[in-house]
Design a protein around this ligand. Sequence first.
Ligand code: OGA
Ligand code: NI
Length: 361
Amino acid sequence: MQREEMDGEYGIGRFGGSMRVESVQALAARQREEIPARYIRPEMEDEQLLLAGDNEAIPFIDFSKLVDPHFSEEEAAKLHLACAEWGFFQLINHGVPEEIINKLKNYLEEFFQLPLEEKEKVAQLPGEVEGYGNAFVQSEEQKLDWGDMLYLTVLPPHLRLMQLWPSNPPSFSETLSNYSIEVKRVANYLLSVMSKNLGLEQENLYDIFKDGMQSMRMNYYPPCLNPEKVLGLSPHSDAVGLTILLQVNEMKGLQIRRNGGWLAIEPLPGAFVVNIGDIIEILCNGKYKSIEHRAVVSNEKERISVAAFHTLNFGDIVGPISELAEEGKPCYRSLDFQDYMKQFFASKLDGKSLLDRMKLT
Ligand code: OGA
Ligand code: NI
């Protein structure tokens, strides 16, 4: 089906496009070549890196305790602190079957190892972000990230652009679909606990997101000969509601803004890294914060990650929930979801700039 033939609805990736740039994986494969200037980030030299010590590590939340009546109250309180004070946490015992996760990991490693021509069968279309390519390239001048991605809208199913779902490896789509349902279930439950934690009806946040979109950003960060000079992913906060990140291999690289520096995340094996996005910060009028983060790369090996983004849908409004807009004082404006997304894709990834534009002064 041609895009023109589709009725007005479309997935998250079609609010704006990205200029085509070379696959970073292909560039990195030409080993001895100097890193092109567009990838060199001078700011990497003077930015302070905090190291995660014993008392500086993001909290972890045990999902099996959240759902267990004997422990849920205590664990929900931990979750509240994690959301209010960190905006990031690791989620252990999430219950997503290992079999599904392992399949997804294997298929993704296989997909990114395919020859470029094969991967480009699902390349981004002009003016659109979904598919294989790079996000947020808006000008010839801007600095580029040391990474490629495969970006797909997964839920609701009728928004899938199946022609951009890889048919190689053959069971990739089925596995991504199964993974998506599991992760959505986890997100739904977290949202209902957060809702209660915020003093809302338990169903409130859950209801707001239940028919919302889920998209997956599958990141491939190739190794780099001078990893200290590049960035896998520019600093940004996620424009969505809730992000659930899966580490596909043992390589780490995610860092979050903390006390003016960058704190490296040390993923626990099998855990998800979950973070509050801009939309939840706006909905709860700033009670939970959407924290800036970035990804660095290594000189040894590629890193692969899957960010599952949970956001709103057409017709929804991005704006503070009235009960939380204290004494009638909302801190953010309200905007139609579609207009909000257009703003997002129209700008280069730039820290928390979208959120700043939503702030009322
Ligand atoms: C993202 C993201 C971090 C990572 O895709 O939005 O922040 O570690 N990814 O890949
Ligand atoms: Ni992110």
